[in-house]
Design a protein around this ligand. Structure first.
Ligand code: NAD
Length: 294
């Protein structure tokens, strides 16, 4: 019996695993990457800029590089030390912008505090900004036009859609308002015709907003922030958090209690994370095609 079937038998939430959906995407992508390579003579490269060392970021990085390998894409990790200057980072990004083999550039976050994120992000060519963080892509998202979407936020919504849930009309509460996850997730849920409440650290009544929600997306970086007792019975729960607690990786939702109340829940690890990487590679291939006039 699969984990999902076993949970449902015991009257628990359906577990929405990202792995199988990601595997499907990767298998289609590897065919498409092969035929792109046959036509163009090269495989697209994803450049991953790593500045300094940070535990959750390193976990994410390894997953991305593995995903690249499994689809025939080149993953190039560009490491820059903790003490690198903003000017040097911008120069390195400019070289990647001009490199015809590099189709996409992402920057691992968080950056060291003294490096202004905006200066780094704005130096990425918007056509290579496959994680949708450049102001041009963020603007396109907020206006509802086509552009690169932040992959994690897209994965948080896609995991529900690809698991067969209709989102139209749902009351959705998003916890977190970062430019990388919370804000774009809120915008994408509006696109899906949800009624969206965005919560953050200064929200007065977080439990009240969670209790009313048919759908809760949690992207706060705070382990155990949402418990089963806070949820509306039958809610859909998407846990985006990645937290290293001791030697374990946990999300922002207390899985054990939440899975007794929710209708469906994404696990951590194994939920949104794997799908994020597959979506990022979809963006990479789209970028490569666009840059080569396809
Ligand atoms: P961030 O620190 O930039 O933003 C966190 C947001 O959550 C802020 O808006 C903050 O106001 C809000 N918040 C924090 N604590 C809160 C609380 N107690 N109550 C209400 N709101 C609270 O983080 P981020 O970059 O948006 O990432 C969020 C989480 O998602 C992190 O755990 C990160 O590791 C994870 N993440 C996962 C993936 C993935 O692929 N699954 C990708 C990127 C980030």
């Amino acid at each position: 019996m699969t984990a999902e079937a076993s949970y449902r038998r015991h009257n628990r939430a359906r577990i929405l695993e990202g792995g199988p959906i990601a595997a499907e995407i990767r298998s289609r992508l590897s065919n498409e990457v092969r035929s792109f390579r046959d036509r163009g003579g090269f495989a697209p490269t994803l450049a991953v800029l790593l500045i300094g060392a940070d535990a959750p970021s390193a976990v994410y990085l390894h997953q991305i590089v593995r995903s690249c390998r499994s689809t025939g894409v080149t993953g190039r990790v560009v490491e820059m030390g903790e003490r690198v200057t903003t000017a040097l980072i911008r120069r390195r990004i400019d070289e990647l912008n001009r490199d015809p083999l590099v189709s996409g550039i992402i920057v691992q976050m968080p950056l060291p505090r003294r490096i202004p994120l905006r200066a780094v992000i704005e130096s990425i060519d918007p056509r290579k900004d496959v994680d949708g963080l450049h102001p041009q892509n963020a603007g396109l998202l907020s206006l509802g036009y086509e552009g690169f979407l932040p992959a994690t936020a897209q994965a948080a919504v896609e995991i529900l859609k690809r698991s067969g849930y209709r989102l139209e009309g749902l009351d959705a509460t998003v916890i977190g308002r970062s430019n990388v996850v919370g804000k774009p997730a809120s915008l994408l849920l509006q696109r899906e015709h949800c009624t969206v409440t965005t919560c953050h650290r200064r929200t007065d009544d977080l439990p009240g907003h969670v209790a009313r929600a048919d759908l809760v997306v949690v992207a706060a970086g705070s382990p155990g922030l949402v418990t089963g007792a806070m949820l509306k019975p039958g809610a859909l729960v998407v846990d985006v958090g990645i937290n290293v607690v001791g030697d374990r990786i946990v999300g922002d939702v207390e899985f054990e209690s939440a899975s007794k109340v929710a209708d469906a829940i994404t696990p951590v690890p194994g939920g949104v994370g794997p799908l994020t990487n597959a979506i990022l590679l979809e963006h990479l291939l789209a970028a490569a095609r666009a840059q080569h006039g396809e």
